[in-house]
Design a protein around this ligand. Structure first.
Ligand code: GLP
Length: 247
């Protein structure tokens, strides 16, 4: 018999740590140690509860937490599965929505702000535009299924979109429709610790490790179209680059 309970560290009813937290920790541990692999299905909550001799509420609470952390995903009608960490190939100029769909995840955003304005001195430098140039600002929390992955602040030259409302679920889709999707980009990565505000938006803890990704996107004619700063949760995202030897 190779049931899930045999792969999990036993729960201790006499411990001061609540059972759901213990179960969460042992599931997290089993995922980290690859005793549970990406796309493995978890048994139904009722079966898991009886296997482990705990209540269904305990199991549900433990799973809810891991879904929020992005380690598990609930797929309607088919159950709960172990998520693959999202691997982002560096050499392709793809959008968040495309990256998530390519991995079988559903992209979703919560809007924080959508506004018209003019470039700040800092943006003017990055976007290589003159002071006073009209821009649109899009601030979003980006989700993969139910798991928050990043907080993203994008500034786009207003001349590249027909209106502020043109962006629905995907910025690149809107830019593509207007013939202004970037074809080249400079990208910079920096490790950082989340501030209290960022942590709250991403359901993480203050001072958890994160990754700041800045992208400056260019059109074919070499002019800049987009400057975005994305704060990714460090625990759900892997950036992967394929390297070849110099010729
Ligand atoms: C990634 C990039 C951003 C870009 C975004 C567009 O997150 N780092 O620079 O703005 O994709 O994503 P979407 O088209 O899903 O809005």
């Amino acid at each position: 018999m190779n049931s899930l309970s045999q792969k999990l560290r036993p729960l201790d009813g006499s411990s001061s740590q609540p059972l759901y937290q213990q179960l969460q920790r042992s599931l997290r541990d089993a995922i980290d140690r690859r005793l549970l692999s990406p796309d493995d299905a978890l048994p139904p909550e009722r079966d898991l509860a009886s296997e482990l001799s705990v209540s269904r509420i305990t199991v549900r609470k433990a799973i809810d937490g891991l879904v929020t952390e992005g380690l598990l995903v609930r797929r309607q009608g088919s159950g709960t599965f172990v998520c693959a960490r999202v691997e982002k190939n560096f050499s392709k100029l793809t959008s968040f929505s495309e990256d998530m769909r390519a991995r079988g995840r559903t992209p979703r955003s919560v809007w924080l702000r959508r506004a018209e304005g003019t470039v700040t001195p800092e943006e003017a430098l990055s976007l290589r535009s003159s002071p006073g140039t009209p821009v649109y600002r899009f601030h979003r929390i980006r989700f993969a299924d139910d798991a928050p992955m990043a907080v993203e602040y994008s500034t786009v030259l207003a001349s590249c979109l027909p209106s502020l409302e043109a962006v629905e679920s995907s910025l690149y889709e809107a830019l593509e429709k207007s013939g202004n999707r970037p074809v080249r980009a400079l990208q910079r990565l920096r490790a950082m610790l989340f501030s209290a505000e960022q942590a709250k938006l991403l359901r993480a803890n203050e001072r958890d490790a994160g990754l700041l990704v800045e992208r400056l996107g260019f059109l074919k004619d070499g002019s800049a179209v987009e400057f975005s700063q994305s704060w990714y949760r460090g625990d759900t995202y892997d950036f992967v680059a394929e390297l070849s030897a110099p010729t």
